[in-house]
Each structure stands twice: as structure tokens, then as C-alpha cells.
Design a protein around this ligand. Structure first.
Ligand SMILES: *Cc1c(COP(=O)(O)O)cnc(C)c1O
Length: 355
């Protein structure tokens, strides 16, 4: 028998990706991100980051991080439930809750960790879970960890969701509806108002992942629930500091019941370290900036509207985008790749590419 080569499968798989031109080719930023950055040694306009408001560079956000490094050290020393729960973490959670007009919030390592840790605790055997077919990969992974029965409804199709709820209603105990607030590929907005109303009729819990809505939509950038004025009909709002807020870390916001439950049940929270004091302090400062400097969200929308208008007037198809996420539909991957390459030569960076 031939001896096993334990790593061969990785090389073979990688070579297949390379042959199909489907491997990720990473570009490198030399220095900070921002509207302009040095990418692979070249001064570029950045059109592909999620740092929508450039808060990563905001003096208050940077200073807060530096200061916390001095006052609280580089790390928290433990997972939070044992010995790593710091005043900064609790202050941030109070600030998130206040900003989101919620009773409470819980801060996770990342938005991904929030979805992967909380979703499996909200629905289990005998429950039904309803998820949009285009939901984010971190929701898909969270859903895969549950023993609940899954209903995948058509993208943004509330009638299809309602059909599934009706079908499931007599057979299951709890019902849980999960959707992205803003879809990260096409930039379209979920009909969160209608989703909330339909869910209310069936007594279903609503979980909205608003990673791309916060700092972008709603009153002062409070997100998609605020945009549709249905905060009181949505039980779980998941957010992240890695996008518009310009730092890193995730959170869920909702009732005191939600926080108590998530804190005691989410394994990604209980068994994983916490973002550093410096990161936490920068997150607090980022919320502070959103609350006190409304011009950033206003500028974002002025830039977005200008950019979309000019792209359209040049004849580009920008799909169904309603947010700053603006796809350009070229029709086929080869044209997309050529366009991307040419833009990079011209000093416009639209993302590391898989094709
Ligand atoms: C980016 C993103 C996440 C992950 O957030 P992180 O905090 O970066 O882990 C989750 N959900 C959606 C919809 C996202 O776009």
C-alpha cells in the first residue's frame, strides 16, 4: 500500500483553484486604510473597504486606543466570564445599548463569532428557523450548528417567508427568522419592516444581522431597524465594529433577557478571549463620534449618491444596490477581471480578487 501523504490534499485543492483562476490573490496595504491608501506600493483610491466613514483614522478613535493600552495593558488576561471582564467592556456595552435604543448589549470577538455562537442557542430540536437564501456566510455557519429545521426562503421575498411560516406553524415550538439587514454583495436592503410585521403575526423571533446597515442607515446611522422604525418588533440586532465603525469586534443588542441568555449560552463568547482594551476603547470612541458628528453619515450618502449617479450616466449597470455597496455588473468574470486590473493600473483599488 502506498504511504499516506497527509498534506497532499491541500496542495491538490489549491492547485485546482489556481488552475481555475479561483484562488484569492491578496493585495497588501502599506500603511493605514482610508479613502486613499498605498496598495502594493501604489497610491490608490480605495473603493472596496467597509470603513464607510473613515472612523479608523479619526483622531478620537485612535487616541482612545492608545490611551487604553497605557491604562489597561495589551490584553485582558482571560476570557470574560472568568477574569477578563473589564470596566471598558461594560462601558462599551452600555454605550452600544444606548446608541441602539436597547436595554442591553453583549460584545463579541467579532460579528462572525456572534452569529456562530448565538444562533445555535436560539433555535434547537423541535424549532423552525427561516433564513434568506442570500444571508451572510457567518449566518449560514451559525444555522448549520443548530438542530432546528431550516426553511430557506427566496431572497427578500416576504410572501415566500410567510408561506414557510404558515407551513411550519403547527409543527414547531419556536420560530426564528434571520436576515441580513443590508446584503453585502448587491447592496440591497432587506424589507425588514415587512419581515417584522409578518413574524409578529406568527409569534416568531426576528434576528437581523446589520453589519452593513450600522453607521449607514437609519437615524444617525442606527441601522436598518431604525430605518424602518421597527426596533420594537426585532428581538436581536447583530452588529459589528469592523465595518462603518472602523475598528473590530461584534455585538448583539436587544433586551436584558437576550443579554443574560447570550452571555450564559454562547460558546464563542464564553470560551474565547475578548477584544483588547485598546480595541474596546476605540469602539467606545467610534460610537461617540457617530453620536456627536452627524456629518460623517451625511457625507457618506452625498458621496454614494454622486458615485451612483455618475456610474449610471456612464452607462454602467449597478444592479439592485440601494446603499453605498455598489456592484458594477459586467456580465462575465473575464470582463470583471480585466476592468479590475485596468482600474488598479489607473490607481483605483476595488478589492483583492478571486477571479
Ligand atoms: C462582515 C459581516 C459579518 C462579520 O462581521 P465581523 O465582525 O467582521 O466578523 C457578519 N455579517 C455580515 C452580514 C457581514 O457583512
Amino acid at each position: 500500500m502506498q504511504k499516506r501523504e497527509p498534506e497532499a490534499f491541500m496542495r491538490e485543492e489549491y492547485e485546482k483553484l489556481v488552475a481555475a483562476d479561483l484562488d484569492w490573490k491578496l493585495r497588501t496595504l502599506q500603511g493605514p486604510t482610508g479613502p486613499r491608501a498605498i496598495v502594493d506600493g501604489k497610491k490608490s483610491i480605495v473603493l472596496c473597504s467597509n470603513n464607510y466613514l473613515n472612523l479608523s483614522a479619526h483622531p478620537k478613535v485612535r487616541e482612545a486606543g492608545k490611551k487604553a493600552m497605557d491604562t489597561h495593558g495589551a490584553g485582558s488576561g482571560s476570557v470574560r466570564p472568568i477574569a477578563g471582564n473589564m470596566d471598558l467592556h461594560e462601558e462599551l456595552e452600555r454605550r452600544i445599548a444606548k446608541f441602539k435604543h436597547r436595554q442591553a448589549a453583549l460584545y463579541y470577538m467579532s460579528g462572525f463569532a456572534g452569529n456562530a455562537g448565538l444562533i445555535p442557542q436560539l433555535a434547537g430540536e423541535g424549532d423552525a428557523l427561516f433564513t434568506d437564501e442570500l444571508n451572510h456566510g457567518s449566518i449560514i455557519d451559525g444555522v448549520r450548528l443548530t438542530k432546528a429545521t431550516r426553511f430557506i426562503y427566496k431572497h427578500n421575498d416576504v410572501a415566500d417567508l410567510e408561506r414557510a411560516l404558515k407551513e411550519a406553524d403547527p409543527k414547531f415550538k419556536k420560530l426564528l427568522v434571520i436576515s441580513d439587514g443590508v446584503f453585502s454583495m448587491d447592496g440591497d436592503i432587506a424589507p425588514v419592516g415587512d419581515i417584522a410585521n409578518v413574524a409578529e403575526e406568527w409569534g416568531a423571533m426576528v434576528y437581523i444581522d446589520d453589519a452593513h446597515g450600522e453607521g449607514v442607515l437609519g437615524d444617525g446611522g442606527r441601522g436598518v431597524a431604525s430605518h424602518f422604525h421597527v426596533e420594537d418588533k426585532i428581538q436581536v440586532e447583530l452588529g459589528t465594529f469592523s465595518k462603518a465603525l472602523g475598528v473590530v469586534g461584534g455585538y448583539v443588542a436587544g433586551s436584558n433577557d437576550l443579554r443574560n441568555y447570550a452571555l450564559n449560552k454562547s460558546r464563542t463568547w464564553l470560551l474565547s478571549g475578548t477584544p483588547t482594551p485598546s480595541t474596546t476603547a476605540s469602539c467606545i470612541a467610534a460610537i461617540d463620534v457617530l453620536e456627536t458628528e452627524p456629518q460623517h453619515v451625511k457625507n457618506l450618502w452625498e458621496n454614494t449618491n454622486y458615485f451612483k449617479k455618475e456610474l449610471k450616466s456612464m452607462g454602467f449597470d449597478i444592479g439592485r444596490s440601494e446603499t453605498p455597496i455598489t456592484p458594477v455588473m459586467t456580465g462575465d468574470p473575464t470582463t470583471a477581471k480585466k476592468l479590475s486590473q485596468r482600474l488598479f493600473e489607473l490607481g483605483v483599488f476595488r478589492g483583492s480578487a478571486r477571479s
